[in-house]
Design a protein around this ligand. Structure first.
Ligand code: SIN
Length: 288
């Protein structure tokens, strides 16, 4: 790493189990040494925030692509991407233009989830950029699944060590049914992906709880009642305050988080306020 990147980039951990601010970086002028420092900080802190970044979709995609090839945006509830010409940049917004939402998730709560884990190969990371942000509303929360797993009682760690969970594809984190899916399915046949409940990070080698999202989740080989009881217990533990950091948005904040070891959720906010974010997803590998 160059002496310049060492000297100019500051990594300031939050007073929380995860997350750090990166200072001294302009994403429009990012060199390889500075990126290497950011990547190292990201693997250590799991969520990074870079404030005051004036980036358009090209710059957002260029920065994101440094972490790896980009995934296409998730399927919307209408079945088509919000930006057909930029399928790798999805829009998260409550703004309605000509009677149609310009983005996903609306103004309601986005429940705790890991992005797109209903895919066999979910994205490693997501980058979210606040374009129009109602300051003081719509906070985004992050929970450290490595810390949660490490704190789980040993008997529970042993109990879940070889279990696999079905991650449901039918609804998004705001609860909307995606285009093409039915309301009801058999729990083991439900559209989605099967993943281990404990996941090993392919870059750090560290283990995390990998829960995806609670709604319609099912642990294979269990009755629905057994699965629900175990998942409720794991979820109640995983999002305890000691594992959580909360992002209070300002315009031009860029956040990048590691979906392999972090859950996130968003508070509901007053629907009369305008909130517009653009997001990219970095391709991942099959969880193991
Ligand atoms: C998301 O779940 O990716 C959206 C988070 C947010 O709107 O703050």
């Amino acid at each position: 790493m160059s002496a310049t990147a060492e000297a100019t980039i500051e990594v300031i951990p939050f007073d929380a189990p995860l997350g750090a601010d990166i200072r001294g970086v302009d994403l429009q002028r990012l060199d390889d040494a500075s990126f290497a420092r950011i990547k190292e900080a990201w693997l250590n802190h799991k969520v990074l925030r870079l404030r005051g970044q004036a980036v358009d979709d090209d710059a957002l995609a260029d920065f994101s692509r440094r972490f790896g090839p980009l995934d296409k945006a998730p399927i919307t509830q209408h079945g088509s991407p919000f930006q057909p010409k930029r399928p790798e940049v999805t829009v998260i917004s409550n703004i309605i233009v000509d009677g149609r939402p310009i983005g996903g998730l609306g103004a309601g709560e986005a429940e705790w989830h890991t992005d797109m884990s209903y895919n066999e190969v979910p994205p490693d990371a997501s980058v979210l950029y606040g374009i129009e942000v109602p300051v003081g509303h719509g906070d985004t929360w992050f929970a450290d699944m490595e810390a949660a797993l490490a704190a789980l009682p040993e008997a529970m760690q042993a109990r879940i060590a070889n279990l696999r969970c079905k991650h449901d594809a039918t609804r998004n984190s705001a609860g909307f049914l995606r285009a093409g899916y039915k309301e009801e399915y058999d729990p083991e046949e439900r559209p989605g992906a099967l993943h281990p409940l404990i996941r090993t990070h392919p870059e750090t080698g560290r283990k995390s709880l990998f829960l995806g999202r609670r709604r319609n989740a099912h642990i294979m080989g269990m009755t629905p009642a057994e699965s629900d009881a175990l998942l409720d217990e794991l979820w109640a533990f995983a999002v305890r305050p000691e594992f959580v950091w909360t992002q209070k948005w300002q315009p031009q904040d860029v956040l990048i988080w590691d979906n392999r070891c972090v859950l996130h959720r968003r508070d509901p906010f007053d629907a009369s306020l305008r909130r517009l974010m653009h997001r990219t997803q970095i391709q991942g590998s099959r969880p193991f």
